[in-house]
Design a protein around this ligand. Structure first.
Ligand code: TXE
Length: 500
């Protein structure tokens, strides 16, 4: 019998017990993986093992995909009217809202987040996205198209069928819901492969999906490793689409596999090395705060993190001093302590990876102006780190670090800043700080990235699309655009009197 993970939270911010089923959720039931393997779950704040969940393999993926296919044929898709799919999504949003604190506690513990951030950002954003797409469920439809008097033509927006969702560990619940909500609203059935590093919140979500009343098999979760379970989902011939968020390296592999198997559709949301441009006329106090938030939120483990900071020469020295001061004053600690502003990075692997980038920055001759080391003691904590005097070809300037590390570069002219900002293989996000509206619009238009934030950090909304240019991926999540990612358009031609 699949087990249950139980945890007693006795913190100032959250007191209570949380339970999570640790089996795989297939066809509306909790089941053990075929091979009986498990994965250890860690608390990144102290490095301890806090539990085990099932480790699914290709065999479990096959069972889940077949359950999803059967559900698609029998009890979901366009057979279920949009208003009913919407009603179930609203119900799910209500359940998340009712259980928001315990869900946030699970997420904070598993991913090493601040509980406050998990509650008011991650869980709240998941609730908002569920409601947003619940509203779309009965409002996405085709068109009638005028052709000739002898023909009636129309389009239908049909679901794709079974979709595979592959999710990373940085915002496990939120990113899963960015995909789940539009996929269900448009009538697809789902196999979710949650990250092996942070499996708990998706398993909890499955319990709420069952309680909300979605038919069995519409939503399935297989926790497991990428090379086995993730790869099997990407290869599976009954899966019509994979929506993937993760590294550019694996995103490329997902696309190759999709091409080599059944040419399934692919949406990719990959890494970034997002530029931030701060002009001389920016509001200094506000821009330092926003730049810090967009760089260090969740220890910099954000695909949209503003990690390359270009500052105009007139305010360069003042800005750099203020940014270094702000970085040094960030309170690190356990996510359940009231004073904590920044938690650990997610794992030992990530810790080593981030520290090796910091080392390479030092060795390549960049000047360290804040942080630059692991915080002594237990847990995977890295000090908020800022480098100045960097060169465009340094590893810390070119590669995604995915930790609390930023580089600051001085510039003279707007043209020079735009050129430097675009000198990257990535194109996920960007940030511009100026009080000059014409310049804000001119620079936003010139930057090669899917999102441009002006005078604000990475504050997303369910209504606004998010997705990358260049090697940050393709396809959009959120907003009306994400509906296109989960539907295919059928054109129907009806003869009204053309005789041969
Ligand atoms: O990502 P992976 P990792 C970047 C970031 C980070 C680096 C490595 O730079 O340091 O990636 O993180 C599944 N077929 N981002 O190793 O491996 C895997 O199990 C199918 C940016 O965690 O890309 C997990 O569920 N799936 C990113 C998911 O892919 C496979 C967020 C992501 O894992 C697979 C996370 C395979 N062959 C990391 N191999 C962002 N865009 O926000 C792995 N997976």
């Amino acid at each position: 019998m699949p087990g249950t993970w139980t945890h007693e939270f006795k913190t100032d911010l959250f007191k209570g017990s949380a339970q999570v089923n640790t089996g795989l959720f297939i066809n509306g039931k909790w089941v053990d993986p075929v091979d009986g393997e498990t994965i250890d779950v860690y608390n990144p704040a102290d490095g301890s093992v806090i539990g085990k969940v099932s480790c699914g393999s290709a065999k479990d993926i096959d069972l889940a995909v077949n359950a999803a296919k059967a559900a698609y044929k029998s009890s979901w898709g366009l057979k279920v009217p949009g208003f009913e799919r919407g009603r179930l999504l609203y119900k799910l949003a209500e359940l998340l809202e009712k259980n928001a604190d315990s869900l946030a506690a699970i997420e904070a513990l598993d991913a090493g987040k601040s509980f406050q951030h998990a509650r008011h950002m991650d869980v709240q954003d998941a609730i908002n996205n569920l409601r947003y797409y619940a509203g779309w469920a009965d409002k996405t439809h085709g068109q009638t198209i005028e052709t000739t008097e002898a023909k009636f033509a129309y389009t239908r927006h049909e679901p794709i069928g079974v979709v595979g969702l592959i999710v990373p560990w940085n915002f496990p619940l939120m990113i899963a819901v960015w995909k789940i909500a539009p996929a269900l609203a448009t009538g697809n059935t789902i196999v979710l492969k949650q990250s092996e590093v942070t499996p708990l919140s998706a398993l909890k979500l499955a319990e709420f999906i069952k309680e909300a009343g979605f038919p069995d098999g519409v939503f399935n979760v297989v926790t497991g490793f990428g090379q086995t379970a993730g790869q099997a989902l990407t290869e599976h011939p009954l899966v019509g689409k994979v929506s993937f968020t993760g590294s550019t390296l694996i995103g490329r592999k997902v696309m190759e596999t999709a091409a080599k198997t059944n040419l399934k559709r692919v949406t990719l949301e990959l890494g970034g090395k997002s530029p931030t441009i701060v002009f001389d006329d920016a509001d200094l106090e506000q821009s330092v705060k926003w730049v810090c938030a967009a760089l260090f939120h969740h220890s910099g483990q954000m695909c949209a993190a503003g990690t390359r900071i270009f500052v105009q020469e007139g305010i360069y020295d003042t800005f750099l001093r203020a940014l270094a001061g702000a970085a040094a004053s960030i309170q690190q600690g356990d996510g359940f302590a009231k004073s904590t502003q920044q938690g650990p990075v997610v794992s030992q692997v990530q810790l080593e990876r981030v520290l090796s980038y910091i080392e390479s920055g030092k060795q390549e001759g960049a000047t360290l102006v804040a942080g630059g080391a692991r915080r002594p003691g237990a847990g995977y904590f890295v000090q908020p780190t800022i480098f100045a005097d960097v060169k465009p070809d340094m590893k810390i300037v070119r590669e995604e670090i995915f930790g609390p590390v930023g580089v600051v570069v001085k510039f003279k002219t707007e043209e020079e800043a735009i050129e430097a900002a675009n000198d990257t293989e990535y194109g996920l996000s960007s940030y511009v700080y100026t009080q000059n509206v014409s310049r804000a619009i001119r620079v936003s238009n010139a930057i090669e990235a899917g999102t441009c934030f002006v005078n604000v950090g990475s504050v997303l909304c369910p209504q606004v699309p998010f997705g990358g240019y260049k090697q940050s991926g393709h396809g959009k999540e959120m907003g009306e655009y994400a509906l296109e990612a989960f539907t295919q358009v059928k054109a129907v031609h009806i003869n009204l009197g053309m005789n041969l």
